[in-house]
Each structure stands twice: as structure tokens, then as C-alpha cells.
Write a protein that binds this ligand. Structure first.
Ligand SMILES: [Zn+2]
Ligand SMILES: [Zn+2]
Length: 140
């Protein structure tokens, strides 16, 4: 994907140490109801946008980013100072999903699916928003 003229949104962590900018519109956005997303967020689901990692620039705090690498799946990356979740990435760094709430302003995309709904929290009903649902990972 090439850089898109005029598109730029910024974001960062809770304490402000980590700052980034994204220079191309995200590819897709969606909710994840898996148990890992519940644990890492402390909420019923996570919402992330898939981006081209080459379109992300770290403006500050990159050295403060740490991550948890599960035995399978993407590394969950967060600020080591404040704990704010920022993104996940594939082990080979070729795929990246930024946590939607890490952006300062509207990234210009809306969630278009819900995945891992078979693992959804029992204490929060999934909204009847018409989005396609998948019991496991969204087909790619
Ligand atoms: Zn922070
Ligand atoms: Zn998940």
C-alpha cells in the first residue's frame, strides 16, 4: 500500500510517553471477543484496526513499548510505563493491528465484524448492530 495523500492520524498511550502517527487509512476494523482480548483490556471486547506497519511512524517512546508474546498468535504490545495497550503485531512484524482507542481522533473507519463471539463475556450482551459475527477468527 502506498502512502495516501493527506491522510494522517496520531495516537499514543495513556501517560503520553509513546506517540505515533499513521500515514495511510487502516485496512479494516473489527471487534474481538476472545478471552485474551478480555484479559488484556479488562473489558468485554477489544476493537482494533489492521494497518500497514510501514505506514506507522513512532514520534516518541518507542523504546518504552513492551509486549507479551503468546505461544501462538500476535504479540500484544503496550506502554511499559502506563500499561496502555497500543497494538498487536505478527511475530514477523508484517501485520499490525492498532487498538482503536489509541488514536487521538477518528481514524476514519468503522468496525465491520465481530470475531471470537463463541468466547464472548457472559456478563455483557453483544450489541445487535448488524455486524457479521464469527465464532472463531475472522476468515482472511
Ligand atoms: Zn504510557
Ligand atoms: Zn481477541
Amino acid at each position: 500500500m502506498s502512502e495516501q495523500d493527506g491522510y494522517m492520524v496520531q495516537g499514543g498511550c495513556l501517560c503520553g510517553a509513546v506517540r505515533f502517527s499513521l500515514h495511510a487509512k487502516p485496512i479494516v476494523a473489527g471487534y474481538c471477543h476472545c478471552s485474551r482480548c478480555q484479559r488484556r483490556t479488562g473489558t468485554a471486547s477489544g476493537v482494533s484496526v489492521m494497518v500497514d506497519p510501514e505506514q506507522v511512524t513512532w514520534m516518541s517512546g518507542e523504546r518504552l513499548i513492551t509486549g507479551w508474546a503468546p505461544p501462538d498468535g500476535h504479540v500484544k504490545c503496550f506502554c511499559s510505563v502506563c500499561g496502555a495497550h497500543l497494538f498487536s503485531r505478527s511475530p514477523d512484524h508484517r501485520r499490525m493491528a492498532i487498538r482503536m482507542a489509541a488514536f487521538d481522533s477518528d481514524p476514519g473507519i468503522r468496525p465491520s465484524y465481530r470475531q471470537f463471539v463463541d468466547y464472548a463475556a457472559s456478563w455483557e450482551p453483544i450489541p445487535e448492530d448488524g455486524l457479521p459475527r464469527d465464532g472463531g477468527a475472522r476468515p482472511r
